[in-house]
Design a protein around this ligand. Structure first.
Ligand code: E4P
Length: 224
């Protein structure tokens, strides 16, 4: 399972890109606004693109097919490898169909059920983003929904890649990987949490202190 970082924060993306374990970035209008409500979206997206050099999903804000297609055209003119993020609404599906005919990658977002995921796959979505945290927020098991979708993908042999999105904690990453999601898009804070273990910290501290002891003993012998 690949890891993407789910943020529009430049410093976080710069650091995540350095880690070597992150291959893409997903953004949405809320993530962009959180960093800077007056942001020049095109400029910020191009900065992110330069930093990550891999997958970058950019979301449209129009809710009608024609508007979505026009926005997609604009985004592609900023950088041709862009993945166009489109909400799972009827107009969105029609836009996905059109873009897929032209070979433009799409990420169908705000997916909360297997039936929505099936519709997105049939429209030709390159990626389908299943929102885990927001399902758990309303007491629907995101694990069950994601498992159902992954099972359907296996049976039906759908080509769209499944992105586990709206990740809130490291357990979501584990559940997504076990279910068979292709990608988990993870907020920077959760990404960093997922790398930590108190045993790594204490183990490293012990290794370094033993190394220091060894050096001190060796120095004593050499000075004799
Ligand atoms: C990713 O594609 C989504 O935009 C994102 O994961 C939403 O996360 P949230 O539910 O924490 O806002």
């Amino acid at each position: 399972m690949e890891l993407y970082v789910d943020t529009a924060n430049i410093e976080h993306i710069r650091h995540a890109a350095m880690l070597g374990c992150v291959s893409g970035v997903t953004t949405n209008p809320s993530l962009l606004a959180k960093e800077d409500p007056s942001v020049d979206v095109k400029q910020r997206i191009l900065e992110i693109h330069e930093l990550i050099g891999g997958h970058l999903s950019v979301e449209v804000v129009s809710t009608v097919t024609k508007g979505m297609l026009k926005e997609a055209e604009d985004i592609i003119s900023w950088f041709p490898e862009a993945t166009i993020k489109i909400p799972i609404i009827p107009d969105g599906l029609a836009a996905v169909k059109e873009l897929s005919k032209k070979g433009i990658p799409t990420n169908v977002t705000l997916v909360f059920s297997p039936t929505q995921a099936i519709a997105a796959a049939n429209a030709g979505a390159t990626y389908v983003s299943v929102f885990m945290g927001r399902l758990d927020d309303i007491a629907i098991s995101s694990n069950d929904v994601l498992n159902d979708i992954c099972e359907i993908w296996e049976v039906q042999d759908y080509e769209s890649k499944i992105i586990a999105a709206s990740i809130r904690h490291p357990m979501h990453i584990i559940e997504a990987a076990k279910a068979g999601a292709d990608i988990a898009t993870v907020p920077y804070k959760v990404l960093m949490q997922s790398l930590k273990s108190p045993l790594t910290d204490s183990g490293l501290e012990q290794f370094l202190s033993d190394y220091d002891k060894m050096q001190t003993e060796r120095q004593k012998i050499l000075n004799i």
